[in-house]
Design a protein. Structure first.
Length: 188
């Protein structure tokens, strides 16, 4: 048996686009969690979060930041058109604290004294995943608004990973827990 028969052929852009379009039109999946990213500084991370949100089926991202949005053109370049597919907005920390009670269950993706391994917890179908900035994590006032904290176990010497990598793991662990396989999932 050849390797080609074992792994199949790589999907080209148009086939992949048509597959994703059918999945969106048929609404074959539960919308992903709301994503809240607090204190991000680099436009590349902001754009990457928009790409991740689209890939995981999250319809909305809230960026919480004191500053004005950095270099929108760099965000859009990294987002690769996902900035047009996902609703996104910037809130100040004050806006977040005032409107926090209108949001779904807030789950911090942060290593804390009471956090639970993401692989040992059941993530609710309706929730918001909260991630923090590149240097200091989730700001304390926003972390205090979260109802739960989860962390990703790390096995190396380094105790943290890039915010976009951590969010990718969390979004797809949520997706793994809440996806019922559908025939379109296996379409080539």
């Amino acid at each position: 048996m050849s390797t080609q028969q074992l792994v199949g052929q790589q999907l080209d852009g148009q086939i992949l686009y048509e597959r994703q379009k059918r999945m969106r039109e048929n609404q074959t999946h539960l919308p992903g969690p709301l994503v809240i990213a607090a204190g991000l500084q680099t436009p590349e991370n902001i754009g990457s979060i928009l790409r991740l949100a689209d890939a995981a089926g999250s319809p909305r991202v809230i960026f919480v930041n004191d500053d004005t949005p950095p270099q929108r053109n760099r965000i859009q370049r990294t987002a690769r058109n996902c900035d047009a597919l996902v609703k996104w907005e910037f809130w100040t920390p004050t806006q977040f604290l005032k409107q926090g009670d209108t949001l779904p269950l807030l789950i911090a993706l942060e290593l804390t004294t009471d956090s639970i391994s993401i692989f040992e917890t059941e993530l609710p179908s309706s929730c918001a995943l909260v991630v923090g900035g590149e240097r200091h994590g989730i700001p304390a006032p926003l972390l205090a608004q979260c109802q739960r904290a989860i962390h990703i176990p790390m096995y190396g010497v380094n105790g943290s990973m890039n915010v976009t990598h951590a969010l990718a793991i969390a979004l797809f662990e949520w997706r793994r827990q809440h996806t019922v396989l559908h025939p379109l999932d296996s379409l080539a």
